[in-house]
Design a protein around this ligand. Structure first.
Ligand code: PEP
Ligand code: MG
Length: 784
């Protein structure tokens, strides 16, 4: 009787599931069923429900055995023993028959022997834990003869060591949790990718943008290729833009090796062939519209096209999540406007795409910031190069174009942080573009066009908070994958934290204080000391830091002491009196060398006092510090001593990091690791100093010399991680490299980095990329 009850609903076809059936089918299963409920094609399959799991446990009398192991053994041993117990137990014959006949039915439907994906689908109580513990086992390309074994392995993963530990701390009884298993036909993916029901670069909701590449979806999702891009107008289902990229690789399943493998396409004609037909793209767009209509919000969708089936049965949706990045306000505004295609537009200049996005507006060609008086909100700034004095103008600009500068120049860094499209290093923008001319800056591709292509957009910035207000931070975070590598965000301007506070980052990995000094304080600290107003510096700096630390509490904020160069300090009010004119400020009196010099030391003490004020008077213990441009051990020790004299000392809740950006720090990593808590790689300066290439040199930049992916730079980073870990220090990175190159993030995750700090616009993509890399690493380990 009991057995019959347990076997009932033990297996359910995906088509029978709905989103409220998480208890039975787990989150993944229930969501797939919901998609099917409104005719979305998902790979066919079935779910072995939580009932089946309970039946298996009851049949083998495992509950009491598991209970006593958990009571008697430590988590690591318990995990091993329970997993073994589950894997060696027998699946009740009637359940086994039911699973295999469901498989046979699926095979019959598909018309041949079918390979399936077997995935865990956590039930409500365990969902949070499942993502926390990486308990998301997926076995790909499973055949009939392996199926039962793989199902048991997925069940066993409920008892991963971390999962047991987690439940202990939350007071959840491990013998009471259950798990469902999704079994789905493997899509033999000819092409795959993602699509968005609004333009990911501009937030324009009139368009569907499809990104596509050959082979398995991993190439696009993990950022391994520049995908083909198709833009489809929703109202007419017409393709309005098509871009074919050079796709350097694809992932395919190799049946001999029983594993996915990377195929190099760089010399194959396939690389430049479009990976999706018009008919397939339009079919995808139709599905995207239906999904958006059902969920009533912009969606981010993964899809695949099967090589064995005929159109349209070959077009599958693999996953659909809400897209939360762009505000609906901006999208609605744009809906009323006309947009023309970029084809046939005159190209004015090209340069480096430094901060993605697109904007149209009136160009203001301004060579001297003092002449920026009539610059209006929404105008486009065209200038030679920016420096901190330009920031107030940059804040109201709808886009920025410069003659000079590379990807780590002031203009590039600030615009990325502000979320404004920017193109740098055009060489001749200030000559070619006329003041007052109407232009369009397509900073996703690095091209400036003549005329207006999109309407001027008031707010180009992602407005996460506004778009999804009312959702708790925990719920918000659960929309994104949990990663073992922490994802931090870089931020310098305290007042924009409110815009970004709901992004899924684990802390601020680099808070540059130069913005607070040049925009809030405005005076040189030594000048303020001279006129008897040092508190002005301390209070304003403390306020700026506290603003960010409060907004994201208890997530940490790593505040970097000042890293102005002499030419930048000179520009502060009263600065000329204290700052020499150096021939080469980039390699001059910057970073720690200032703090330990008799001239600047009193100002450094003010910086320390501000941090102490934030931590002790305001109680914001989530504020840590970082020293920039460290060159030698002796100077760092001296600076640490000054900090101690001011009452700040390394402790369990006060971490002290240093930037690893001068190669000497990496050469002597063991020496430094003993006196600090962590390193943060400054890949901008590290690439410059390792390769001997001025990071702002356009000549060398154009020749491809300035490249953080150079093997010498990568090897240095890897070496740092190895040595730092050996001596107990953590390693992060806050230079631009991982924000711009997903492959650098992959390299660092594989090398074991502890955290990655990226620009606001790269937080979500980096979190997804890192999650997929971590899962790949786990899969590779399992296969071995
Ligand atoms: C770096 O050098 O990588 C870095 C983050 O510091 P900055 O760009 O401020 O020199
Ligand atoms: Mg630096």
């Amino acid at each position: 009787m009991i057995v019959e009850a347990l076997l009932k609903d033990a297996i359910l076809d995906i088509t029978k599931l709905r989103k409220d059936m998480i208890e039975l089918a787990g989150g993944k299963g229930a969501n797939l069923g919901e998609l099917v409920s409104f005719d979305i094609r998902v790979p066919p399959g079935f779910v072995i429900t939580s009932k089946a799991y309970s039946y298996f446990i009851a049949y083998n009398n495992l509950e009491s055995k598991i209970k006593s192991i958990l009571e008697e053994k430590d988590s690591a041993t318990a995990s091993e023993e329970i997993k073994q117990l589950i894997i060696s137990s027998q699946v009740p014959p009637d359940l086994e028959n039911a699973i295999l006949s469901s498989y046979d039915e699926l095979a019959k439907k598909v018309g041949k022997e079918v390979l399936v994906a077997v995935r865990s689908s956590a039930t409500a109580e365990d969902i949070e834990n499942a993502s926390f513990a990486g308990q998301q086992d997926t076995y790909l390309n499973v055949s009939r003869s392996e199926l039962i074994q793989k199902v048991k392995e997925v069940w066993a993963s409920l008892f991963n060591e971390r999962a047991i530990e987690y439940r202990k701390t939350k007071g959840i009884d491990s013998t009471k949790v259950e798990m469902a298993v999704v079994v789905q036909k493997m899509v033999n993916s000819r092409s795959a990718g993602v699509m968005f029901t609004l333009h990911p670069a501009t937030g324009d909701s009139r368009y569907i943008v499809i990104e596509s590449s050959w082979g398995l979806g991993e190439a696009v999702v993990g950022g391994k290729v520049t995908p083909d891009e198709i833009v489809i107008e929703k109202s007419t289902l017409r393709i309005v833009e098509k871009r074919v990229s050079h796709k350097i690789l694809k992932y395919v399943y190799n049946p001999q090796k029983k594993a996915n493998e990377e195929v190099d396409l760089s010399n194959s004609p396939e690389a430049d062939k479009i990976s999706i037909s018009d008919e397939e793209a339009i079919e995808l767009a139709k599905l995207a519209l239906k999904i958006e209509e059902h969920y009533k919000r912009p969606m981010d969708i993964e899809w695949a096209i099967d090589a064995d089936l005929k159109f349209p049965d070959n077009v599958f949706i693999v996953q659909a999540r809400p897209e939360t990045f762009w505000s609906s306000k901006k999208a609605t505004k744009e809906e009323k406007e006309e947009v023309t295609s970029v084809e046939n537009r005159k190209v004015l200049v090209k340069g480096l795409a430094a901060s993605p996005g697109i904007a149209s507006g009136i160009a203001r060609v301004i060579l001297d910031v003092k002449e920026a008086g009539n610059f209006k909100k929404g105008d486009i700034l065209v200038t030679r190069m920016t420096d901190p004095d330009w920031v107030p103008i940059m804040k109201i600009a709808s886009a920025i174009v410069t003659d000079e500068g590379g990807i780590t120049s002031h203009a590039a860094i600030v615009s990325r942080e502000l979320g404004i499209p920017a193109i740098v290093g055009t060489k001749e923008a200030t000559k070619v573009i006329k003041d007052g001319q109407e232009i369009t800056v397509d900073a996703t591709r690095g091209i400036v066009y003549e005329g207006k292509i999109v309407e001027e957009v008031e707010e180009q910035k992602p407005q996460v908070t506004q778009g999804i207000s009312g959702i708790s931070r925990d719920t918000l975070m659960s929309l994104y994958p949990i990663t073992a590598t922490k994802i931090y965000m870089n931020l310098g301007q305290p007042d924009i934290i409110d815009k970004y506070v709901d992004l899924p980052f684990d802390g601020i990995g680099l808070m540059r204080i130069e913005f607070i000094v040049s925009e809030w304080i405005k005076y040189h600290p030594l000048y303020l000391i001279k006129i008897g107003k040092p508190e002005e510096f301390v209070n304003k700096l403390a306020d700026g830091v506290a603003r960010v630390a409060t907004a994201i509490y208890p997530r940490p904020v790593v505040v970097r002491f000042s890293d102005f160069k002499t030419n930048e300090y000179r520009r502060l009010i009263g600065g000329e009196e204290f700052e020499p004119e150096e021939r080469n400020p980039m390699l001059g009196w910057r970073g720690v060398s200032r703090y330990v010099s008799p001239q600047y030391e009193p100002a450094f003490r003010l910086e320390v006092r501000a941090i102490r004020k934030v931590r002790e008077e305001m109680g914001l213990k989530n504020v840590w510090v970082m020293f920039p441009f460290v060159r030698t051990e002796w100077e760092l020790k001296k600076a640490l001593k000054i900090m101690e004299e001011e009452g700040l000392q390394r402790s369990k809740d006060f971490k002290v990091w240093i930037m690893a950006e001068v190669p000497s720090v990496i050469v002597l990593a063991d020496v430094f690791a003993k006196i600090i808590d962590g390193f943060s790689i400054g890949s901008n300066d590290l690439a410059q100093l390792t390769l001997g290439v001025d990071r702002d040199s356009e000549i060398l930049g154009r020749m491809g010399y300035y490249d953080e992916r150079d093997p010498a730079v990568l090897r240095s980073m890897k070496k740092l991680i190895r040595i730092a870990h050996k001596y107990g220090a953590t390693v992060s990175i806050c230079g631009q490299a991982p924000s711009v190159y997903p492959e650098v993030a992959e390299f660092l995750v594989r090398a074991g980095i502890d955290s990655i700090s990226v620009n606001p616009d790269a937080v979500i993509s980096t979190r997804r990329n890192v999650a997929s890399i971590e899962q790949k690493i786990m899969l590779e380990k399992l296969r071995k």
